[in-house]
Design a protein. Structure first.
Length: 381
């Protein structure tokens, strides 16, 4: 297997003056990734990812940690301290979307994780996947969502009986941070336009500030065209003319809504990935969380074996591989996924087949090409 450089831990070489034998072993450290497990379905998805990534020749030190329902069962918390500490130490995490009780129970472990790790930006890749039928083709949009404040701050109170107030908090610092993040992402990916989403026509102070900051920062990026659009119009335009958008940046609420609208354009939330970035509060080190955006529930086949789509966690894993520099392996896996999706018999019920998660992963492994060649999966940039 190929060893990838672990940018968090640095090379494993010794200091000058060490023995020749020690100095000769200058192979990069194997990158460590925390893999969250919440139950039998996510365990099957994790097993699928590890088998495919290993078959593609990439060496990753996976460390499985409990969260969600499994975290509650084992350690009394949906987000155990030990799990958070492991992610902070490794700097990388691959996770399924953790379920949150409706109308009571504990705070969303997904939101908790963002807060505790200093995650501030979520990047949703909205693009067509070869082999998946969709009403739209050629969709390729990056959506950057601010994740720490605004309506999702959860500041609510009852003014008087029957009157409830929710406070929207928006700050210059956090707005500047996510908007600049979006511009830098657009530049790295070779994107040409960034569109800011707002509701400044109604929320003149909060969204007015967000919009003004966007216009200020845009002057630092003359190579990227900038415009802004009112949120409800953005939703309509995303459905009517998705090709109109290249990179979108939005606050927490509008970003959440538009992410699901975009997922609907390309075949559903199981086919859309999320890459969340942040800086650890304790030391400012970068942390990256690659996550599924689809609740897989308790999907099982007729034999009781998990039958959730292997793509639920495998697609975010491809983003992880690209982040680690294993672009060739990610491309080869993408080609294998395309081949399998064209044969419904090898897919899970989500894609019209009857295979289990394990069987679909095995089919992807069997379809892996020896090299990526000149053909890349749709939406590879």
């Amino acid at each position: 297997m190929s060893a990838l450089p672990d940018h968090r831990q640095g090379p494993t070489t010794g200091e000058p003056g060490h023995s020749t034998a020690a100095a000769a072993d200058r192979r990069p450290a194997v990158p460590r990734v925390i893999l969250l497990e919440a139950g039998p379905v996510s365990a099957a998805l994790g097993e699928a990812v590890r088998s495919v990534v290993a078959a593609a020749g990439v060496d990753i030190a996976w460390q499985v940690e409990p969260a969600g329902a499994l975290g509650v069962d084992r350690l009394g918390s949906p987000l155990p301290d030990a799990t958070v500490a492991a992610i902070a130490d490794a700097g990388r995490c691959l996770k399924t979307l953790l379920r949150t009780p409706t109308g009571g129970g504990y705070e969303s472990p997904n939101v908790q994780l963002r807060k505790r790790l200093g995650i501030f930006a979520g990047v949703r890749a909205i693009r067509n996947l070869d082999g998946v039928p969709s009403r739209y083709q050629g969709v390729d949009v990056l959506l950057v969502r601010e994740l720490t404040e605004e309506i999702y701050s959860g500041i609510e109170h009852e003014v008087v009986p029957g009157v409830v107030q929710t406070i929207k908090v928006l700050t210059r610092h956090k707005s500047e941070r996510v908007i600049r993040f979006a511009f830098e992402l657009a530049r790295r990916r070779g994107r040409k336009r960034l569109t800011l989403v707002h509701k400044a026509n109604i929320m003149k102070r909060s969204d007015g500030l967000f919009r003004a900051i966007g216009r200020e920062i845009a002057s630092d990026y003359p190579d990227i065209a900038f415009d802004d659009v009112i949120a409800d119009n953005a939703a309509m335009q995303l459905v009517v003319r998705p090709e109109r958008f290249d990179v979108l940046v939005a606050g927490n609420l509008f970003g959440d809504i538009l992410a699901d609208v975009g997922a609907g354009l390309v075949g559903g939330s199981a086919l859309v990935t999320s890459h969340n970035s942040g800086l650890l509060p304790a030391n400012g080190l970068p942390v990256e969380v690659f996550e599924a955006t689809h609740h897989v529930g308790l999907a099982v086949d007729t034999d009781g074996e998990p039958a959730a789509s292997a793509l639920t966690l495998l697609l975010p894993a491809l983003d992880l591989l690209r982040h680690l520099g294993a672009t060739d392996a990610a491309t080869r896996i993408g080609l294998a996924i395309t081949a399998v999706l064209r044969d419904p018999a090898a897919t899970t019920p989500d894609h019209g087949g009857r295979a289990s998660t394990r069987a679909m992963a095995a089919a992807i492994v069997a379809a892996l090409p020896a090299d990526a060649g000149a053909i890349a999966p749709a939406g590879a940039r």
